[in-house]
Design a protein around this ligand. Structure first.
Ligand SMILES: Nc1nc2c(ncn2[C@@H]2O[C@H](COP(=O)(O)OP(=O)(O)OP(=O)(O)O)[C@@H](O)[C@H]2O)c(=O)[nH]1
Ligand SMILES: [Mg+2]
Length: 365
């Protein structure tokens, strides 16, 4: 009887721990399984009642969608693709238009030639003069430029997880952190923001505003303080209070300043030390700067070991091709795109959704 009771207890404990591990596994990531992942996150946030006045005052806003986000970049492609899909024959004029559109989208000379050469081969192999075949071939070529990589934002199994956000001046680091805090908060994560941009006096105030809007905690220091010590203090606070996630803001810096790049390496080392678990170093790129941003990006990749890209200001850019060029150049996936200044204007990136938004011609108003 005694033995049976012990076996029953052991089995119950095993069952409970299996359920716990499976449940944890599910809660591990912010996934980009489609637009629904983020839409759901923001629907939750807007419907949440603040526990007390002043807490989490995120306004009610519809979640952003990729189509609206790529609005300007879309118009050039739309013209070209409507011509192709209306059944017009593949002729030299169409090839020239394709080349011009790709170059203007800032895909770059080399990748543009690669896309066109590949599309030519496909059209020849299909023995077709139909524009529809060309449209499909171009889409396939563009799709294959995206790196084949996991785009989920990673959480460590053991809290606190740390995400480090880096990039040159004014690209949208702090704004993206605010949006990310809202997204993670809606996903049930407890977040602390580390104001490790101690260079600009107003930087911590800007981050504090985002903390207040999204219900996140914040750790800040005096202007001129060592950024690594702010990250360290944030990690200690997260560990002490059982927070899930530390998102660290850093000062904008030029890739040519070697002392500032050394500082990034130091920040990274701090964020890697126990009890912290660094899972993401996100490089923020401004889509409106096009190809120029890529040179800087390479240096950041070397210094900070980036795990993903955040492409901001896509809403204000006609250069959709930069998304593909950036991934190809750096070999790391775009994980998020910024499509406006509102808290919900951040989208978990999916290459197929992006290409649909850029190239689809139906349902035009
Ligand atoms: N239209 C648009 N504006 C954006 C987006 N992301 C950021 N911005 C704007 O870009 C400007 C700079 O944003 P910040 O977040 O302060 O940029 P930062 O990289 O933190 O700047 P520094 O800390 O000075 O290096 C602000 O006016 C933001 O509102 C976006 O996705 N779309
Ligand atoms: Mg900033």
């Amino acid at each position: 009887m005694m033995t049976l009771t012990v076996i029953a207890i052991v089995l119950l404990v095993l069952l409970a721990s299996t359920i716990y591990v499976v449940a944890r596994g599910h809660a591990k990531r912010l996934t980009s399984s489609g637009p629904s992942a983020m839409t759901r996150a923001f629907e939750e946030i807007v419907s949440r009642e603040p526990a007390d006045p002043g807490e989490s005052a995120v306004e009610v806003l519809p979640a952003a969608d990729m189509r609206r986000g790529v609005g300007r970049a879309r118009s050039a492609f739309r013209k070209l693709f409507s011509t192709m899909l209306s059944g017009s024959a593949v002729n030299q004029r169409l090839w020239d238009d394709l080349e011009e559109t790709l170059l203007l989208s800032d895909l770059g000379m080399e990748l543009t030639s690669w896309v066109i050469d590949g599309a030519k081969k496909q059209v020849e192999a299909a023995n077709s003069v139909d524009g529809t075949t060309l449209a499909e071939a171009v889409r396939q070529q563009l799709r294959s430029l995206f790196v084949d990589s996991d785009r989920d934002l990673e959480f460590s199994d053991i809290a606190p997880t740390v995400w480090l956000i880096v990039g040159v001046n004014g690209v949208g680091k702090t704004t993206s952190i605010g949006k990310l805090a809202a997204m993670a908060g809606a996903d049930g994560k407890r977040v602390v923001l580390a104001a490790a941009d101690t260079f600009r006096a107003a930087a911590a105030d800007q981050l504090q505003m985002w903390a207040e809007r999204t219900g996140a905690d914040i750790v800040r220091s005096v202007p001129g303080a060592d950024p690594s010590s702010v990250v360290y203090d944030s990690i200690q606070r997260a560990a002490a209070r059982g927070y899930d996630l530390v998102i660290a803001d850093t000062a904008g810096r030029l890739h040519t300043k070697s002392n500032l790049m050394d500082e990034l390496r130091k920040l990274r080392r701090t964020a890697e030390r126990e009890p912290a678990h660094l899972t993401e170093v996100l490089l923020v790129l401004d889509a409106t700067t096009g190809q120029n941003g890529l040179i800087q990006a390479r240096e950041f990749a070397k210094a900070a070991g980036i795990t993903g890209l955040v492409l901001t200001k896509l809403d204000g850019s006609a250069k959709g091709g930069i998304a593909l060029a950036a991934e190809r150049e750096l070999g790391v996936p775009i994980k998020l795109v910024g499509v406006g200044e509102k808290v919900t204007d951040l989208i978990l990136f999916s290459p197929d959704e992006f290409l649909d938004a850029l190239l689809e011609v139906e349902d035009e108003e």
